[in-house]
Design a protein around this ligand. Structure first.
Ligand code: SF4
Ligand code: SF4
Length: 434
């Protein structure tokens, strides 16, 4: 086995920044441009900044390897202008790689949304309902590139990188074995959680999590917050509450649409019209509901735009399950002339969400996390669940393949993240005990 696609498939690498799309499939594509997402969309998470600063050379070399693999004439390693250290580290290396550029962007949200980043970097609009390859682009994030580098060195994907921020005495970025249970990790680090809520991911797109939830390949951060924080308050409301508020109080101001990053790219998504539909009691067939399929669930409408504390995002998430939509790709979107003036500054967003006090560095903490047990999901990626290759009672070593992609299917291999014994294979997880 010597080609990159096979190496990456074998190592179980999936997109670390989103839904976990298997990386070997992306590497099989041919593209004009390769865009590496280093802009770390979510406020306050700092994993990619750390990796780019600390491992600038191997990251740039791996970007070059991937660029050649997908046949791209140019690769862009994108980052935000405020990432001074990462920028200096990358620019010192990238001068040796003429086909790689390091564009820098302002701190606006959601810069890391793949449609937004493609437009900002190469000026092409991904069609609504489409993906970057439709306009000749392959996109990956920085942690994925780092995991490809490790795969080339013979190391399968057995760790994830996390920022732990918010109501913690010492914000930090660390490496954690896959399947480490959230409560075990926080207790190993001596972080007290009593009276706090935990988001896995960032404040905009992260979800409430629990102490017994294991961390997986796509985990990027733990954000501890007081229950009174507006982000937590909104997350805890049932969608029925937002529907009632929408019916009673939506003033049809259009702000949710005017700031929607996908609407501004010309996609046929107008959340204010969707809110109008739900406020007059429409259930399924309202024409504006067609747009729900184009929502990327960035949360701008919910956490920044709406003056009435409605969550168009949550209502749209709900409609995605029930509305009758004909899934189709819409070509030739017309980018709004107002797009430049409607970008959401991250600082203002943080202030609106009472997060400014948490705007602190989360530096790398060199600590070996060795949990007593891990609980590794057989499906934390796009595609089908992996097939276990071990049985209860088997001894396994860190890095040993324990589940494989079913023949002919889209999926990802899975490896043990600690040495130990398999104690359970049930409910879609493999539990390993030291
Ligand atoms: S969550 Fe709201 S702002 Fe974001 S894409 Fe969906 S409708 Fe637009
Ligand atoms: S921003 Fe809020 S109040 Fe205004 S149209 Fe959208 S949902 Fe209604």
């Amino acid at each position: 086995m010597d080609n990159l696609v096979d190496i990456v498939r074998e190592a179980g690498v999936v997109g670390a920044g989103g839904a976990g799309f298997p990386t070997h499939v992306k590497l099989s594509a041919q593209a004009e441009y390769l865009i590496i997402n280093g802009v770390e969309c979510e406020p306050l998470l700092q994993v990619d900044q750390y990796l780019m600063t600390e491992y600038a050379r191997p990251i740039v070399e791996t970007v070059e390897t991937v660029r050649q693999q997908v046949g791209a004439k140019k690769a862009f390693l994108t980052l935000k202008e405020k990432y001074t250290e990462a920028r200096q580290a990358l620019e010192a290396v990238v001068k040796d790689f003429p086909a790689i550029e390091v564009p820098v962007f302002p701190s606006v949200y959601p810069m890391g949304d793949e449609h937004v980043l493609v437009y900002e970097t190469v000026g092409r609009v991904v069609p609504a309902g489409g993906i970057p390859i439709d306009v000749g682009v392959v996109g990956m994030n920085v942690e994925t590139i780092w995991n490809i580098h490790r795969a080339i060195k013979g190391e399968p994907l057995v760790d994830t990188y996390l920022s732990i921020v918010g109501e913690v005495p010492e914000p930090m970025t660390i490496k954690v074995p896959l399947g480490t249970v959230t409560g075990d990790l926080l207790s190993l680090l001596g972080i007290k959680v009593a009276g706090l809520e935990i988001l896995e991911g960032g404040p905009m797109m992260g979800g409430l999590t629990t102490l017994d939830t294991p961390l997986q390949k796509t985990s990027k951060g733990l954000f501890l917050l007081k229950p009174t924080n507006p982000v937590i308050y909104r997350r805890k409301q049932p969608v029925s509450t937002f529907l009632k508020i929408a019916r009673a109080a939506c003033c049809h101001c259009n702000f949710c649409t005017e700031n929607c990053p996908r609407y501004l790219l010309g996609h046929p998504l107008e959340p204010h019209r969707i809110m109008w539909g739900v406020s007059i009691g429409e259930q399924e067939d309202f024409p504006a509901f067609e747009g729900v399929q184009y929502c990327c669930e960035c949360g701008v409408c919910e956490l920044y735009s709406c003056p009435m504390e409605i969550s168009p995002r949550r209502i749209i998430q709900n409609l995605k399950k029930t509305a009758k939509v004909d899934r189709k790709k819409v070509d030739e979107p017309a980018v709004s002339d107002l797009r430049e003036t409607r970008k959401v500054p991250t600082k203002r967003l943080e202030a609106r969400l009472a997060l400014t006090d948490y705007h602190k560095p989360a530096p790398w903490k060199d600590v070996a996390i060795v949990p007593k047990s891990v609980c590794i999901a057989l499906k934390s990626h796009v595609g089908v669940a992996s097939e276990p290759m071990v049985s209860v009672g088997d001894s396994v070593r860190r890095g040993q393949k324990i589940a494989r992609i079913p023949e002919g299917k889209l999926g990802a291999n899975i490896h043990a993240s600690i040495d130990g014994r398999v104690t359970e294979i049930a409910n879609g997880v493999v539990r390993i005990q030291q």
